[in-house]
Design a protein around this ligand. Structure first.
Ligand code: FE2
Length: 189
């Protein structure tokens, strides 16, 4: 079992739990599955890490009063996946967005609310419609892959929320996994 000490790996300060997690993700990628199946199996690799008090360093749990904050935890050297922690203070939210790659999210601390959307209509007059909303407590996991992955994540709780996100892309190079953002539907503005 990894110890709680933090150290440097792949150029990012990380903990042994994250090193262990990266090893498990690598194992899934070797199976060469579809993007959605990859995301689902990576979610199962992430599950035991959620809620562990020694998963993140103190610095990786820091938020930003201006906006939700992203901490890069691991960038795979070949660019095939990245692990980040997102820290949300109460009321903070992402724009409505989708992704360039498969994505796994797991709530490590607190509670997050996720709104899922879909586009309706033809190419000339598409409209965004909210399909459903999910309240995700600590330990909740989601696995998505484009297309059809338009969503928004919010901290609707009264305390800090932290989630781990694993992306099938090189976030250290791209900076983000977001493909595009969308304006809110008229009935939500
Ligand atoms: Fe997202």
């Amino acid at each position: 079992m990894p110890s709680s000490a933090a150290y440097e790996a792949t150029g990012v300060t990380t903990t042994p739990w994250i090193v262990d997690l990266a090893s498990g993700i690598r194992e899934v990628l070797r199976r060469d599955l579809t993007p959605l199946m990859t995301a689902r199996q990576v979610a199962e690799v992430l599950r035991p890490s959620l809620g562990r008090p020694d998963l993140l360093t103190a610095a990786q749990q820091e938020g930003d009063p201006q906006t939700y904050r992203q901490h890069l935890l691991h960038g795979e050297p070949d660019g095939s996946f990245s692990v980040v922690a997102l820290v949300w203070l109460p009321g903070q939210r992402t724009p409505i967005h989708d992704h360039v790659c498969w994505c796994v999210a797991g709530v490590h601390q607190g509670q997050e609310t996720e709104h899922r959307y879909r586009l309706t209509g033809d190419g000339g007059a598409t409209e965004l419609v909210r399909d459903r909303s999910l309240v995700n407590p600590t330990g909740a996991l989601s696995a998505i892959a484009p297309p059809g992955d338009i969503h928004q994540v919010c901290n609707t709780g009264s305390s800090k929320a932290i989630s781990l996100h694993i992306y099938g892309a090189d976030i250290s190079r791209l900076g983000t996994s977001v493909r595009r953002t969308y304006p809110a539907p008229h009935d939500e503005t």
